[in-house]
Design a protein around this ligand. Structure first.
Ligand code: UD1
Ligand code: UDP
Length: 373
């Protein structure tokens, strides 16, 4: 009897869940694998939103989130608890995605047991260890010992090769975020009710152009968040614009945004949206204002200009193609660049092009084939 390859997929936050559900679905369907899932639950509510909509029931749920958790406490607990799951499951390979604390701790726990690690979305580099912080170092750490590097683009592959990673372990697979977008778009087409919850806001803001907004970067906490809130307040004073802002559950984000923006006529501060509703928000938005990683990939794929509130990006493909622009966290710059897109049709037209260097929606299948070798 041929033995199945046991793959343990480990994740903990919303973006990891979104980018890994297509792979988990593919592994579950594929007769070559015994697929197991461990969630650290570094995020609780925002992770569960994705698990529910995608029908994934983890075999192990470590329930690690604590309110306002520190990096060191979370890292220590994740390392120990994921290690126990590895000892129990003894997988042939561990899969992690991206750059969070769960990714770094999960990969190291596997390395301590000499279990090969497959790194999905490998090779993203901003070149600055404090932007994004601590994600840049999390990715570089996993990149030093992963057995299989699934680079989403040629740019990411080249970054790994420059770091002397063994070329035979690096494969350009595309980014599973595009698989996820296809899946969710298809679901909404078949069942529009899945994303109908924004209808009230759509009526309230009829005739206005919608700015879809997200913000949560750790390096922006404090002053950066205040400046972002100030920019949003100024933009929302225009009567032809409305901002829809699903606010991240991190207390460092919520406190500032609630204090600065609650009650403004043209701003809707709402709870985090599940993935179908966020896809709907992308669809109805004129442009996106964000410091998110994933949104930098999704918005260009849907032809939505994206202004990135960061100093640098590990996803240069959108900027190079002219569909994304770095605006930092200076309030004047955010306001100026957003007004330009609102008032200059040519500038808007130049950015509002569907551009998708991140994949063709087949990344999960390619990764499965690599895991089977
Ligand atoms: C984490 C990742 C970041 C990723 C982001 C996606 C690290 C270091 N950071 O940042 O790379 O871009 O997730 O969103 O791994 N909270 C809740 N419920 C939730 C989620 C978070 O209440 O469902 C609150 C909790 O108080 C928690 C805090 O947010 O302690 C921070 O969560 P944490 O995972 O530590 O950091 P993020 O800022 O979410
Ligand atoms: N997203 C979501 N609901 C929201 C905001 C974002 O489902 O209210 C999705 C979004 O489509 C993207 C991912 O969450 O796929 C991005 O997650 P986040 O910005 O938290 O993390 P990052 O990508 O910066 O690591």
């Amino acid at each position: 009897m041929v033995s199945l390859r046991k793959i343990l997929t480990v994740f903990g936050t919303r973006p990891e869940a979104i980018k890994l559900f297509p792979l988990v679905h593919a592994l579950e369907r594929d007769p070559r694998f015994d697929s197991r899932v461990c969630v650290s639950a570094q995020h609780r509510g925002m992770l569960d939103q994705v698990l529910e909509i995608t029908g994934i029931t983890p075999h192990h749920d470590l329930d690690l989130m604590t309110p306002g958790q520190t990096l060191d406490a979370l890292t220590a607990r994740a390392l120990v608890e994921i290690g126990k799951v590895l000892d129990e499951e003894k997988p042939d390979q561990v899969v992690v995605q991206g750059d969070t604390t769960t990714v770094m701790a999960g990969a190291i726990a596997a390395y301590y047991r000499q279990i090969p690690v497959c790194h999905v979305e490998a090779g993203l580099r901003s070149g600055d260890i404090y932007h994004p912080w601590p994600e840049e170092v999390n990715r570089r750490t996993v990149g030093t010992f992963a057995a299989l590097h699934c680079a989403p683009t040629e740019t990411a592959r080249d970054a790994l090769l420059r770091e002397n990673v063994d070329p035979s372990t690096v494969h350009v697979t595309g980014n599973t975020v595009i698989d996820a977008l296809h899946w969710v778009t298809d679901r909404i087409e078949r069942d529009p009710g899945l994303a109908a919850g924004l209808a009230g806001l759509e009526r309230r803001f009829a005739g206005k152009r919608i700015i879809g907004m997200t913000s949560h970067r750790r390096e922006n906490f404090g002053e950066g968040m205040q400046k972002i809130a100030n920019a949003v307040k100024r933009l929302a004073s225009r009567d032809d614009v409305a901002v829809i802002f699903p606010v991240h559950l991190n207390p460092n984000v919520r406190a500032v945004m609630n204090e600065q923006l609650a009650g403004l006529d043209n701003v809707a501060l709402i709870e985090p949206l599940d993935y179908p509703h966020f896809a709907r928000l992308l669809d109805i938005s004129h442009l996106m204002l964000t410091d998110s990683g994933g949104v930098q990939e999704e918005a260009p794929a849907l032809g939505k200009p994206v202004l990135v509130m960061r100093e640098t990006t590990e996803r240069p493909e959108g900027v190079e193609a002219g569909t994304a622009r770095l605006v930092g966290t200076d309030a004047d710059t955010i306001v100026r660049e957003t007004q330009r897109l609102l008032d200059d049709q040519d500038a808007y037209g130049a950015m509002a092009r569907a551009h998708n260097p991140f994949g063709d929606g087949q990344a999960a299948k390619r990764i499965c084939d690599l895991l089977a070798i």
